[in-house]
Design a protein around this ligand. Structure first.
Ligand SMILES: NC(=O)c1ccc[n+]([C@@H]2O[C@H](COP(=O)([O-])OP(=O)(O)OC[C@H]3O[C@@H](n4cnc5c(N)ncnc54)[C@H](O)[C@@H]3O)[C@@H](O)[C@H]2O)c1
Length: 360
């Protein structure tokens, strides 16, 4: 019998979740959204039969559900995950895992209590470049990654003004928490070492300037709130002796949008990168996956050739969730890792607010 899944949230990411779940052989039996009209439209678009405007009613009406995916504004990730786990469902939740490490601790405990899988959509781990790089790392060809630089920098990429993305109470913050993918990917390559300290700064320049609006996002809200950062830069040290620097922005005077992790290992360095010609437009993207080594006394650069994936792993990541709950693949991420990541995000905001380094 195929795995039965419901999607919660009718936004743009539902298309990738639906494609991935179906590619893995799962059945999508319902879609829920507090906005019933949006739910109906998305369900029709994705060929999903049942529509609900209340998640509790859906969970009661469809006891045969095995899992849900949560694709709603960040503030609702933790409450919806807790509700679904309490009903005995596996949960695939969009990033960021939660608004804070405290919320994430509750979600982790709930998953343990329910004995259900809780995974997050760190889709960049499912990119062909990341799978390929992990094979080199697992084979010992990179050695220990001493240092790593994680970047998701945009020039004009504010996802709308005054909506939930720019309202800290709903989003948890700006690009630091929204674009946490590359910090996660760097940690994934480094073996998710235990963080020791963090020092970070956030900047609000350009956050209310329409010239820095992204080509996508959600509609502007005229009298809405904009109280998040436009950019964040920081440095994390780990108990292992490793270190990571990061740069994330929605609005900053950068040359172009860059999404990358660069690292320096004891046996090889490497890079996984997407460069966008125009912020956020995939058909202008140039992807790279490279290793830098010393072979026979010579410096060597290698391009690792992988299939193109315009979706940045979004479909493959949803496939991994289904295969994880069915037992045929290992999860690409765990609640332990999500908690470590949320501690880094919390620490970065605290360091930026106090102007001091923070022990993690
Ligand atoms: N992994 C990625 O690449 C990626 C890309 C974009 C967005 N996201 C994440 O997806 C999530 C949703 O983002 P979006 O851009 O689709 O937002 P959106 O505002 O376009 O859509 C969110 C939907 O959730 C619904 N909703 C709100 N609260 C709800 C609740 N309590 N119960 C049920 N439905 C509710 C809204 O009515 C809306 O239709 C965010 O967490 C975001 O960070 C991830």
């Amino acid at each position: 019998m195929s795995t039965k899944i419901a999607i919660i949230g009718a936004g743009g990411m539902a298309a990738y979740h639906a494609k991935g779940f179906r590619a893995a052989g799962a059945e999508i039996i319902a879609l829920a959204d507090v906005n019933e009209a949006a739910a109906k439209a998305a369900a029709a678009k994705h060929g999903i039969d049942r529509v609900f405007s209340d998640v509790g009613t859906m969970l009661k009406t469809l006891p045969e559900l095995d899992a849900v995916s949560v694709i709603v504004p960040n503030k609702f990730h933790a409450p919806l995950a807790l509700q679904a786990l309490a009903a005995g469902k596996h949960v695939f939740c969009e990033k960021p895992p939660a608004l804070s490490a405290k919320e994430m601790t509750g979600m982790q405990a709930a998953a343990q209590k329910a004995k259900r899988t809780l995974m997050f959509n760190f889709n960049n781990r499912a990119r062909p470049e990341s799978y390929a790089m992990m094979e080199y790392i697992a084979a010992g060809q990179v050695g220990t990654i001493n240092t790593c630089q994680a970047k998701w920098i945009r020039r004009a990429g504010i996802p709308g003004f005054g909506g939930w993305f720019t309202t800290k109470a709903l989003s948890g913050g700006g690009p630091l928490i929204d674009l946490l993918h590359m910090i996660d990917l760097g940690l994934h390559f480094m073996g998710y070492p235990e963080p020791a300290h963090i020092l970070a700064r956030t900047f609000k320049d350009h956050i209310d300037n329409k010239a820095f609006k992204g080509p996508w996002g959600i509609p502007d809200v005229a009298k809405g709130t904009t109280d998040v950062e436009a950019a964040a830069h920081g440095f994390v040290t780990f108990k292992t002796g490793q270190a990571m620097s990061f740069a994330v922005s929605w609005a900053e005077l950068n040359q172009r949008e860059e999404v990358s992790v660069t690292f320096q290992g004891t046996k090889a360095g490497g890079l996984v990168r997407r460069l966008f010609g125009i912020d956020g437009l995939d058909n202008t993207a140039i992807d790279a996956c490279q290793l830098y080594s010393l072979e026979n006394g010579r410096h060597v650069n290698r391009d690792i050739i992988v299939p193109a994936d315009e979706t940045m792993g979004r479909v493959r990541s949803a496939v991994n969730f289904v295969r994880t709950i069915e037992g045929s693949e290992k999860p690409l991420n765990t609640p332990d890792q999500a908690l470590a990541l949320m501690k880094i995000i919390d620490g970065a905001y605290k360091s930026a607010a106090t102007g001091k380094p923070v022990a993690l």
